[in-house]
Ligand binder design. Structure first.
Ligand SMILES: Nc1nc2c(ncn2[C@@H]2O[C@H](COP(=O)(O)OP(=O)(O)OP(=O)(O)O)[C@@H](O)[C@H]2O)c(=O)[nH]1
Ligand SMILES: [Mg+2]
Length: 211
């Protein structure tokens, strides 16, 4: 995703720099390209729209038009805005504390918990940690299988949970299994849920308490 985004932006910037002077149309055209690049890189529609609007406002506000190196200036504005969009500060995962460290993936149905669990596991493995994936979604058909296959393809061990088990029990047993196998980071992939679903929200609280 980032590779194709940077390729696209590179092309847009090259065109911008090529202009001795920039008109407002030049900038708008470039920003249309930036917007397309963001959308193709899977950025949320609203985020892309706001991003381009913010850049446009700054670019036009700073009187880039007619300035000495207008292309450079627009590139800088886009760059600064991208840094801001991705979060001005870098936050790292806090993996200190008693081992195994437990990461709980929580969110709406389909928001990307399972996929992100896999990405996290791979990233942590690359840093020399020993992640253990824990499927705690016993409700959606094939949810356990999804994480199991993901783990297999990544070479990350997955706790062998079954759908007739209680998610709280799965997590508790997975912690014991991790302790005896020497896994230092548990990634608990919970079932998607709405915050108004009291029963399922209660389950999350119980998992948190249990592990
Ligand atoms: N485009 C895009 N799709 C994603 C991303 N992350 C996940 N998906 C897709 O979104 C869909 C749902 O992803 P999951 O990881 O299964 O989401 P989930 O939160 O675990 O879903 P539930 O367990 O059903 O609540 C899948 O088709 C994923 O391939 C992402 O970053 N970008
Ligand atoms: Mg899932």
């Amino acid at each position: 995703m980032f590779e194709s985004l940077s390729d696209r932006l590179h092309d847009v910037f090259k065109q911008l720099r090529g202009h001795g002077r920039l008109t407002e149309e030049n900038i708008q055209e470039a920003l249309r390209e930036v917007r397309m690049a963001l959308l193709e890189a899977d950025v949320n529609f609203k985020v892309a729209k706001e991003f381009v609007a913010a850049v446009a406002e700054k670019a036009i506000g700073q009187e880039v038009v007619g300035s000495l190196a207008p292309g450079q200036q627009v590139v800088k504005i886009v760059h600064d805005q991208l840094v801001e969009l991705l979060g001005g500060q870098t936050a790292t995962l806090d993996l200190s504390g008693r081992q195994p460290v437990i990461i709980m993936m929580v969110g709406l149905q389909g928001s990307g918990k399972t996929t992100t669990s896999g990405k996290l596991a791979k990233m942590l493995q690359g840093k020399g940690r020993k992640p253990y994936l824990v499927p705690a979604d016993v409700y959606r058909p094939a949810a356990i299988e999804q994480l199991t296959i993901l783990g297999q393809s990544l070479g990350v061990p997955v706790y062998p949970a079954a759908t007739d088990q209680d998610p709280v029990a799965i997590c508790r047993q997975a912690v014991h299994a991790a302790q005896s196998a020497g896994y230092d980071t548990l990634i608990v992939d919970t079932a998607g849920r709405l915050h108004v679903d009291q029963e399922l929200m209660g389950e999350l609280a119980r998992i948190k308490d249990a592990v």
